[in-house]
Design a protein around this ligand. Structure first.
Ligand SMILES: [Zn+2]
Length: 234
């Protein structure tokens, strides 16, 4: 399943990744996803991560508004983990590094930023077959233990729950804008679902676990409705 994520890969690029002596990039296969908080703001974070003087970078940067910038290619070894080892992976620079614009004390991450992070993680999990245990917080992998605390304002328990959710179908909330029958299948759209109500009325709110080919599949399993009859509740 291809997941569409809007990524700005042009505005900011970092030179901080491994190269061979001839200058060509060392190519890797991403081994996981490593989450960071920048402990700064975009205005200073992006120039720093993209400066050859800083010797640090990340693969992606997500600002508080949810815009995603790609600084380094997925198959280049960006410099975000430092000395690291966790759960059998000894170099977490081999993971895709994701920096979140966030400072300790700012509290909960904005919903738009979390939504962008979730979309990006889901896309990379699908693209590279990344395992659940290869998604980690910087503080879990940094050596020696205690060297890093990020991502800040995100407890281990909450983060583990959030990671577990990435491996469940994504449930999105929609609201019906037109009266529409619920169809049992897309192949035979004349068959109305018999279980429960057979129509959705304008204003009905419902959950969707699949959005493809012009159809929305209801998360309760009853059937499909045409995508044009509803809009997502954000
Ligand atoms: Zn970090």
């Amino acid at each position: 399943v291809a997941i569409f994520v809007q990524i700005d890969s042009a505005s900011w690029r970092s030179p901080n990744y491994d190269r061979h002596n001839d200058g060509s990039p060392v190519l890797i296969t991403p081994a996981g996803l490593l989450l960071h908080s920048s402990e700064g703001t975009q205005a200073s974070d992006l120039p720093w991560l993209c400066s050859s003087r800083s010797l640090v970078s990340s693969t992606y940067y997500i600002n508080r508004a949810g815009a995603i910038y790609q600084l380094v290619a997925d198959n280049h070894r960006a410099w975000h983990a430092g000395v690291s080892s966790y759960d059998g992976l000894v170099d977490w620079n081999l993971a895709i590094g994701i920096e979140l614009e966030h400072r300790a004390g700012q509290g909960a991450y904005p919903p738009a930023q979390l939504a962008a992070l979730e979309q990006l993680c889901r896309a990379k999990i699908a693209q590279y077959g990344i395992l659940r245990e290869r998604i980690a917080a910087h503080r879990w992998v940094a050596q020696p233990p205690g060297r890093k605390l990020d991502p800040s304002d995100w407890s281990d328990a909450d983060l583990r729950r959030w990671i577990a959710r990435l491996f469940q179908p994504q449930i999105r909330r929609f609201v019906a804008t037109y009266t529409t029958p619920i169809y049992e299948s897309r192949e035979h759209p004349d068959t109305v679902a018999l279980n429960g109500r057979a129509v959705l009325l304008p204003g009905d709110v419902f959950e969707v676990d699949q959005d493809a080919g012009g159809w929305l599949h209801l998360a309760n399993g009853v059937g499909f409705i045409p995508a044009g009859a509803a809009k997502e509740q954000l």
